[in-house]
Write a protein that binds this ligand. Sequence first.
Ligand SMILES: C[S@@+](CC[C@H](N)C(=O)[O-])C[C@H]1O[C@@H](n2cnc3c(N)ncnc32)[C@H](O)[C@@H]1O
Length: 208
Amino acid sequence: MALKDVGNKVPIYKLKTTEEVMRYYDEWGEKDKYNRDMVEWNYTGPKETVEVIKKYLANKDALFFDAGCGTGLVGQQLKKFGYKNFHGADLSQKLLDTVPRNLYQKLFKIDLNKRIEFSDNLYDSVMCVGTFTFGHVKSDALNEFIRITKPGGLICFTINEGIYKDYGFDKKILDLKVNNKWSEIEFFKSDYIASKDVNAWLGLYKVK
Ligand SMILES: C[S@@+](CC[C@H](N)C(=O)[O-])C[C@H]1O[C@@H](n2cnc3c(N)ncnc32)[C@H](O)[C@@H]1O
């Protein structure tokens, strides 16, 4: 699969280490540049994922974990449909600082490639949008998302099409299905950043 991605000054696929990724987003968050770029590129990840999850999650009091929340674009979309209970986590403190006040009840600066220090079965839903991409969060994080989600809860994510096979997401998703950890509700190729010819797989899975 060709290396297709966009970014701030250099494409995201050039980032190698977690430290590089953190610095990259810290800089991208300055002067609201990340948010301005997402509007200019017509980035549809948050809108597309929320449109999917709202079809299956009627409870507006549901507690969400937004994994890789960045500037809070997913929380903003969820709020439009009446959801109100969000926790968010991200590697970049600069981006976390730009999340609109009072949108999320809790924000955590954590590395999602490590064990998430939360108890089991905490959330009704995990959203992970734009964060499964080159050099970012690896497929093993899905084990942690399942662990912190309640049985019957929903996990909704995007995976940049360029890493889906190369980073083993195809095998991981299948493995979790075969081992009865989750069941598939929706899985399709979404627009994501279609204006830049970058698409993503969008999945919605129910935790067993
Ligand atoms: C493309 S942005 C998406 C942000 C937001 N979800 C959105 O849709 O606008 C990717 C996010 O993943 C975060 N990220 C990258 N690697 C991470 C890691 N190892 N742990 C936690 N967050 C990470 C970045 O800081 C960035 O905010």
